[in-house]
Design a protein around this ligand. Structure first.
Ligand code: MG
Ligand code: ZN
Length: 250
């Protein structure tokens, strides 16, 4: 699907080959792309830190409810924190429009062929934001449970949504993504009574098998259940960004 993360280099089957055939050039190319990305991400992280801005990278499969969660979050927190949103999608600025409708600045990053955001896209977008006037930047990644996990964006935390309309075995099937989680939100729990085949405890058990300690919070952005716990987590994260900076400059 995308040009630079390697998912289109040779097709999925051949991509496994470099691990066994060191003469191919695929692996060194990917390594250098990731090193480049890491350097830009480190710059971004410093930039966020200088301004005590908390940056959250939201990831999930398409349709898990990232934008809806952001709408519910901003409705509550935009009066408490100065927020901005970077929206990643292959095409359209529909999600950015939804955020702007809440009076919150939103920049749409359209990735075209790329099925993930990379650090350079974030760096370019941040040139249009004044971090001195912000407390929290939410990055809504492209809906995809594969490559977004491999690209550091300079965020403080990765938040992964798993909606109850997906399988509760997703953490087992997408271990790279779920291992990268600092927090897992089980979304759309208002639909649980209608489904019957998603067990939140089973989803969490699969996550723990990856040796992940990430907290798991069930919530419904539409009905409000569980949102206070998520807001509390965000407030704690923001406080820890401020404390870390204060400790560094002491
Ligand atoms: Mg969205
Ligand atoms: Zn990709």
């Amino acid at each position: 699907m995308c040009q630079d993360c390697g998912c289109s280099l040779n097709g999925p089957a051949q991509r496994l080959a470099p691990l066994h055939r060191p003469e191919t050039q695929t692996l060194p190319l990917l390594q250098s792309l990731h090193l480049q990305n890491q350097a830009v991400a480190d710059d971004i992280r410093n930039h966020f830190a200088q301004h005590q801005v908390l940056a959250i990278n939201l990831m999930s499969s398409p349709g898990a409810g990232k934008t809806t969660l952001l709408e519910a979050t901003l409705a509550q927190l935009a009066s408490e924190f100065r927020c901005a949103v970077l929206e990643g999608d292959l095409e359209t600025d529909l999600d950015a429009q939804r955020i702007r409708a809440q009076g919150v600045p939103a920049l749409q990053i359209t990735t075209g062929n790329a099925c993930h955001l990379d650090a350079q896209m974030i760096k370019d977008a941040l040139e249009q934001l004044d971090l001195a006037n912000l407390d929290i930047v939410f990055i809504e990644n492209v809906g995809n449970l594969v490559c977004p996990a491999s690209f550091d964006l300079g965020q403080h935390a990765n938040v992964i949504l798993l909606s109850v309309t997906e399988g509760d075995d997703k953490p087992a099937k997408y271990p790279v993504m779920f291992r990268a989680a600092d927090l897992v939100l089980i979304s759309k729990i208002d639909l649980l009574p209608y489904l019957g085949d998603f067990d939140p405890a089973r989803a969490e058990a699969f996550l723990r098998r990856l040796a992940s300690q990430a907290p798991v919070m069930p919530l419904s952005a539409r009905q409000g259940e569980g949102l206070e716990t998520w807001f509390g987590w965000l407030r704690d994260q923001r406080r820890s960004v401020q404390t870390t900076l204060a400790a560094q400059s002491a």
